[in-house]
Ligand binder design. Sequence first.
Ligand code: HEM
Ligand code: 5AD
Ligand code: SF4
Length: 346
Amino acid sequence: MVKPPRLIAWELTWGCNLACVHCRGSSTSEIPEGELSTSEAKHFVDEIVEMGDPILILTGGEPLVRKDVYEIARYATDKGLRVALATNGTLLNDGVVKKLKDAGVQRVSISIDGSTAQTHDDFRGVPGAFESSMRGIEYLKAGGLGFQINTTITKRNIDEIPAILEIATNIGAEAHHIFLLVPTGRGKELENEEIPPAEYERVLNWFYDQQKHVKIQLKATCAPHYFRIMRQRAKREGTEVTVKTHGYEAMTRGCLGGISFCFVSSTGDVQPCGYLPVIAGNIKEKSFKEIWEDSVLFNDLRDYDKLGGKCGRCSYKNVCGGCRARAYAATGDYMAEEPYCIYNPR
Ligand code: HEM
Ligand SMILES: C[C@H]1O[C@@H](n2cnc3c(N)ncnc32)[C@H](O)[C@@H]1O
Ligand code: SF4
């Protein structure tokens, strides 16, 4: 029996008011044809609920440019799903926050990619974005809606990560989630802005140390090797990774794409994640359940014995698995080895 997804990121619309240099969706202000209608969106929620009760992340593009975002969030909340919203934060105001709260949205993520307006705005392609996002956060706080900060790490902002974490802590974020640049969408043009593998190792070790004393929740997404590093560090410290010592992170694994997580595009394509442009099926053509359970793509990803190169030989493959999107971007084969890992399995 295939377990249902625990987390679904749903691109409500591809359209966006910003033009970030790294955007995996290459989003612009245009709205493409064929995005799910309100009733198709509700039907999708029904399909999700028939299978399980995952966390549903409403993302984009910029989900707040879609007028029925509240109606969809309300519908999913009423059906028992925990709904989160991923936004760039620039379109938040009193009224929007109130409507999100009324729709039952439980947490909002705001992307902050620099500790200064200059770095953030350069990243996000629009002057004033930093100020607008920070103002957005104030509206969330005033409205009593919990939020987390999402940061994508590249060579441009690597030195600012400690400062962004400090901002996140000072402004009252519940969590700071880091994403490591995946060279896909517009991010492909930033290829030599990915931090090199040795730098990944350094940042993830730093992250491990921070976990021990920062008060907010930290999570490294799109950095599956963190789950290896965590075990190597624990071993050196004479402990093991257990829920007691390492909390939630002990129960999960590196890449969850196709295993307990998936991404659904604005036109209904189901993908392992938003960074891996390979399609398992489209919900307008097939049931979500059938796509999730039967697609060759998802079944490949669930079979760690199919991993190629050094990921296939690695004793950490059950807890890491490498970034399938980065492997695909580098080779065209989503089961190939993760290109940004310095570990050499024996
Ligand atoms: C404990 C709960 C959570 C877990 C385990 C989790 C885990 C994940 C995972 C595995 C991914 C996919 C990354 C990949 O494909 O490798 C992801 C993506 C993401 N998460 Fe979380 N997440 C959690 C909570 C949240 C919350 C509460 C928010 C927002 C309020 C959020 C925002 C996002 C966003 C925006 C993405 C990227 C989706 C996209 O646009 O492609 N996450 N998360
Ligand atoms: C959901 C989060 O994903 C980030 N994001 C957008 N494009 C990419 C990419 N190519 N690589 C990594 N993260 C990305 C956004 O900046 C947001 O914070
Ligand atoms: S990363 Fe988010 S805010 Fe930036 S262009 Fe893409 S969808 Fe818009």
